[in-house]
Structures are given as C-alpha cells and as structure tokens.
Design a protein around this ligand. Structure first.
Ligand code: ADP
Length: 587
C-alpha cells in the first residue's frame, strides 16, 4: 500500500473487509475502530474518530498508525464545523481547520480530511484523516472513503436498532415478570416489590419508590423504597404540600421528567439532597379517576437525558403500579366485607339452630294437645271448634315443617350432616313416592307421568335425604301447577351419573330468578308464586343434599309455561368432587 492511498484492487479489498468486520461488530466503538483502520489503509495516513455529543467532539478511537489522542475533546469550529453542518467531507490545512492548535502541532497535522459519519440522519462522529504532507487522494479513493463512512452509518443504525430492540425485549421480559407476579398474587407488597425491582432496568433510572397518598391528611407514605433508603430513613412520610414535584404531579395528574434535579425549580431541594437525586421522574398513580399515590424513579450516580422510550415505559410502569394498588385495595375491601358476611351468616345459622331447637318442644306440645282436643279425648267439642282445631293443626304442621328445614339448613352449614349411604334403587324410590302422593295430584287433576327405566343401576346414596329432595321437587310441582296440568318424572342412566328431572306445566319461574331459587329464603318475584308462598328453604336444602352426594342441581323454566328441575347423582364414589359423610363434615 502506497502513502498516497490505495489502488483500485486494494480499494475493493478494503471495502469488503470493512463490511465483513462491521458485520460482526457488537458495539459502537467496534464500528468506529473498523472505520478508522479502513480509512487509514485507504488513505495511507493515520485516522482518528471523534464522536459528537452535546456539541462537543470527543476522541473515541484511532487507527493503529495513530500516536493516540486519548482524552482529547473540543468544540468544533472552522472547516470541521462546516463539515458537520453540511454533512460533507472536507479537506483543510492546519490553518482554519477548527482543530485546536496544540493538537495540530502535537500530531503534525498539515493536511486534514474530515469525513462526517451520520446515524439516524444526524452527524454522530467525524473521522479525521491527517498527514504532514498534503493529502493527495485520487477521486476513487475519496469516493471509497465516502463509502466506508456510509458502511459505518449502516452499522451504527443497525446497532442502535439492535440496542433498542434489546432494550424493548428486556423491558418486555420485566413487564411480563411484573404482570406474572401481579396475577399470581393479589398481595400489594409483593406486586409493588416486583415493580420497584424491575423499574430501574426498564427506565434507565437506578431506583424506584412507590408512595401511597393518605387523602384525608394529605400525606404520602412509602410502600416500597430501595433497601439503602429504607435502611437510612425507614418508612418515608411527607406532607404532600411540603413537596413540590409530587404535589404538582398529583394536582395536575401529569408526570414530571426532571433531567437535572439540582437545577430544577419544581422540586424540593431538601429531598434532592436527602436522596441525592441527579435525574428523576415523578409520576402520579391514578386508577379509576382517583389519585392513589406517586411513584418516583430516580438516579443518584448519573444524569439521564430522557428519550421517548423512557417516558413511555415510566408511564406504563406507573399505570401498572396504580392498577396493582387499586386491585389490592378492592380485594382488601372485599375480603373485609366477605368476613363480615361470613360472621353474619354464622350468627344466622346459630340463631336457626337455637330457634329450631327451642321451638321444637313447645310445638310438639301444642300439636299433642290439639290432637287430644280434636279427638274429643279431653271432652266433647262442637263442629265450629273442630274446624278451628283443624286450622291450628295445619298451622302447627307448617311451622314444624319450617322449623325442621331451618334445622336442616343450619346443620348443613355448620358441617354437621352425616350421610348414611346405602345402595338404593331410584326406580323404586320414585314409584313409591308417586304412589304415596298420588291422591294429592289426583285431587288437583294433575296427571303424573313416570319415565324411569326399571334397569337403572342402584346408587350409593342416603335414601332419606334423596327422598327429601324428590319430595320437595314433587311438592313444588304440585304447588306451582294449576289444576289440569301435568308433572313428569324422568331418570336417565349416563356415563358418570344418573340424571333425574321433574317437569311441570305450572306457572314457571322468570329467568332472572332462576339463579337465586336455590339460595334459601327466596321466592320467585313472579306474582303468581306469592299465592303459594312457603318458607323458601326446600330448594336450598335440596341443593345441600345433592351437592353433599357429589351431584349438581339446577332448573330450567319459562314464566307461564312450566319448569324442569334437574339433578345428578354420581354413579361411582369419587367420580365427582365430594361424596359421603366424611366429605360433608370435612368441607
Ligand atoms: P318454597 O317453600 O317457597 O316452595 P323452595 O325453596 O322449594 O321454597 O322454592 C323456592 C322458590 O322457587 C319458590 O318460592 C318459588 O317461587 C320457586 N319455585 C320452586 N319450584 C317451582 C316450580 N315448580 N314452579 C314455579 N316456581 C317454583
């Protein structure tokens, strides 16, 4: 290679080699190093590269034949400033080149060539080729040097894209971690911890602190701060009105991006000194239109010039933190309400147990004496008295039935409900029941159809309890079906269970009530059913019984057209989630 630059063959070889070196470049310095060496080969003279940052040119690398310019930096002027402005390469001699005189003399720069390297459309660096003798470069060599600069531009843009991609993918991984922890736990501390841990990597700031606002007293209290801060200051608590940045962020519901905290007017310098802020972002935490707190992201070791990515990810982080805090609060409130409801329910059940226990004996006494009076055992009675006694007897029976149901429901709720399971034929059970109740249906001119295959396999159930369910469904069908209707009882053998249904052509249940009729003390709002009002406990008990057998009960209905009640009985123990007295007691 001659001193006056490369020949045509060499030019090609240098361009190819530069391209291949750039292909494997992993850092921006690698790109400049390859450019400096290639330009030096091409021109036969030393080359140094200066990056342009904040209007200052700072040396970064030199070709191997350069004597080194470590630490050199200067403001561009003269021709070099012109090269930056026009983005064109320019030749200069030592006079008016814009390079500081001491640098020129130290390196013997008589003839200089400035080649701007752009990235993202702006000049990112200047490659300086220099020599003691005048740089006599052919047009081909000058053109090829331009191509080298273009190659560098390509590589720089590629690397920057790669860096941005890496940053985004890192950010994504961390956002995912936060989301994962958020969904795995509704614990405020854990979720906030994940935000505080991941925030620095997502935003380029070093630390994150999350504060909750106590709106009544206008305090903000730290939920999570970096370890060192917690160690030095414990839980931080400030009056919002004594702070500047937080107060503005909360009042205006807008983030503040503070690049130079020490020279920023809208931040309390007491806090800046206390936590040693260099740069900071202060974000309001807003969820469902309420400000819940503020998040501070800050650096102490360096200043950050925020770019669009920083702004976007900081805002996204704050949004996440706000959702976490809001969810945790709602959950806590719900938990509190649930506990209160549970307490109420427990009290209700204890009351049921007490009342049903206390009323049972007096009712038995009333019933007993009523029977004695009615039978005439205690002396003769007239027809009017008999009629009234009949009424008393009916009312006592209704009360006894209700007290019995209340006792049943409470013992189910208190988990004191042993099932005595034995192998039972549903076919026999249905037929016996229909036979016993037959006259009731006949009296009301309701046709009863039984569609139960005799070959239905026997099932392990508590027959008394199952009978209670069927009886309740048949009673309801009878109660809610007007004269001349029809009631059908069906049973089907399926793979895992037996499906039993009781249909009627009665008054039906509006759709909106279907979900609630099994909850207890519920009467369908449908006006016709008021005439038939019972205690509203039968279906609730039926559900408890069916569920304790591991089955399911539900209803389908259309107001005015009729209802069908279904329930399933698992055929095999353990084929559904629970079966047997142990399961009931243990639940
Ligand atoms: P009740 O003692 O009131 O019959 P249930 O728990 O058995 O209590 O039923 C609850 C409510 O469901 C009833 O009040 C009624 O509104 C509705 N219901 C139950 N079975 C039927 C049916 N076959 N037809 C219409 N409505 C029904």
């Amino acid at each position: 290679m001659s001193d006056v630059g490369a020949g045509a063959q060499n030019i090609l070889a240098i361009l190819v080699r530069n391209a291949s070196t750039l292909n494997s470049a992993t850092s921006i310095d690698d790109v400049y190093r390859s450019l400096a060496d290639s330009l030096a080969y091409m021109s036969g003279s030393p080359c140094a590269v200066f990056v342009l940052e904040g209007g200052i040119l700072r040396w970064v690398v030199s070709s191997k034949n350069d004597s080194g310019m470590s630490g050199e930096e200067f403001m561009p002027a003269g021709i070099i400033a012109e090269a930056i402005r026009t983005k064109n390469d320019m030749l200069a001699d030592s006079e008016g080149s814009g390079i500081p005189q001491d640098l020129v003399s130290k390196h013997g720069m008589e003839s200089l060539l400035f080649i701007p390297v752009t990235s993202g459309g702006n000049v990112a660096a200047i490659a300086l080729v220099y020599s003691k003798a005048p740089l006599d470069l052919s047009a081909e060599v000058r053109a090829a040097m331009g191509i080298l600069a273009c190659q560098a531009t390509r590589a720089l843009d590629g690397l920057k894209l790669l860096q941005r991609f890496r940053r985004c993918s890192n950010e994504l991984a961390r956002v995912y971690d936060i989301q994962f922890r958020m969904t795995r736990s509704i614990d405020l501390e854990e979720a906030i911890e994940s935000i505080v841990e991941n925030a620095p990597a997502i935003t380029r700031l070093q630390y994150c602190m999350v504060y909750l606002l106590e709106p009544d007293v206008r305090n903000i209290v730290s939920v999570k701060a970096p370890e060192a801060v917690e160690k030095n200051f414990g839980k931080l608590k400030f009056k919002v009105d004594e702070l500047v940045a937080s107060r503005i962020a909360i009042a205006e519901r807008k983030p503040l991006f503070i690049e130079d905290a020490r020279n920023y007017g809208k931040i309390s310098q007491r806090i800046v000194r206390m936590l040693d802020f260099k740069s900071a972002i202060v974000l309001p935490l807003v969820a469902r239109d309420r400000v819940l707190g503020v998040m501070w992201l800050y650096s102490t070791d360096y200043m950050v010039r925020f770019d669009e990515d920083d702004r976007r990810s900081a805002i996204a982080l704050a949004d996440q933190a706000a959702v976490i805090i809001d969810n945790a609060r709602v959950f806590k409130e719900l938990e509190g309400s649930y506990e209160k409801l549970k307490d109420l329910d427990r009290t209700k059940m204890e009351f049921f147990t007490l009342v049903s226990h206390e009323l049972r004996n007096p009712l038995a006494v009333i019933k007993g004496f009523t029977e004695l009076l009615y039978d005439g055992t205690l002396g003769p009675i007239n027809e009017r008295q008999k009629d009234k006694l009949e009424r008393i007897r009916e009312s006592v029976d209704r009360l006894t039935d209700m007290i019995g149901k209340m006792a049943d429901i409470s013992s189910f709720e208190m988990r004191q409900y042993p099932l005595n399971k034995i192998s039972t034929s549903i076919y026999d059970m249905v037929n016996e029941l229909v036979e016993t109740m037959g006259f009731l249906f006949t009296n009301k001119h309701i046709a009863v159809e039984v569609d139960v295959p005799p070959g239905l396999p026997p099932v392990d159930i508590d027959p008394k309890r199952m009978e209670q369910v069927l009886l309740n469904l048949l009673n309801n069908a009878l109660k809610y079906t007007p004269d001349g209707g029809r009631v059908t009882i069906k049973a089907r053998d399926r793979d895992e269970d037996i499906l039993v249904s009781v249909s009627d052509t009665g008054i039906g249940i509006p759709k909106k009530d279907l979900g609630q009729i099994f909850s207890g003390f519920y009467h369908s709002g449908y006006k016709l059913s008021y005439e038939y009002k019972g205690p509203g406990l039968g279906l609730a008990i039926s559900r408890k019984i069916i569920e304790s057998h591991g089955g399911r009960i539900w209803a389908e209905s259309e107001a005015g057209k009729g209802s069908t009640f279904y329930f399933t009985i698992p055929k095999y123990a353990g084929s559904t989630e629970a079966a047997g007295p142990e399961a009931v007691n243990a639940r």
